[in-house]
Design a protein around this ligand. Structure first.
Ligand SMILES: [Zn+2]
Length: 138
């Protein structure tokens, strides 16, 4: 007998939050690869976590922890040599890296309750809507 595991509401919410946080990061970066500076769209426009999800569950849906990369820079640079990629990132924006590390290592970091996740999700939706509105004004 196989047991089909269903995703919990919490897991589904987190997936939506990560997607939204990536959409915010892409709009913030003006749909441009932060490494090679090419304009990117669709599958070539990828949201890449700076501090990996394995190191911080909370930073996975923080737009500050996400950069826009093209497919090539994401796979052939960022994930191919993480040490080199991190050194490059620090050379570009060390303050941001230090800020993210501090958040990732925060001892107060705990598992958020579902209502807290929902509050963050609602905030992310407002932030994203502001980017969409600004893009329409251009
Ligand atoms: Zn690139």
């Amino acid at each position: 007998m196989t047991i089909k595991r269903r995703k919990t509401n919490r897991a589904k919410l987190i997936i939506k939050m990560v997607r939204l946080a990536k959409d915010i990061a892409k709009a913030r970066d003006d749909y441009t690869c932060v490494r090679c500076k090419k304009k990117v769209t669709k599958v070539n426009c990828q949201g890449s976590h700076i501090i990996p999800v394995s190191k911080s569950k909370l930073l996975q849906f923080d737009p500050d922890n996400i950069d826009t990369l093209c497919w090539h820079c994401h796979l052939s640079f960022w994930h191919k040599n993480p040490l080199e990629a991190t050194a490059w990132f620090r050379s570009v924006d060390n303050d941001r890296y230090e800020r993210l590390l501090k958040k990732a290592n925060d001892p107060n970091t705990r598992s958020l309750k579902e209502f807290e996740l929902t509050e963050i999700y609602n905030r992310l939706q407002i932030i994203y809507q502001q980017y969409v509105d600004n893009l329409q004004k251009r």
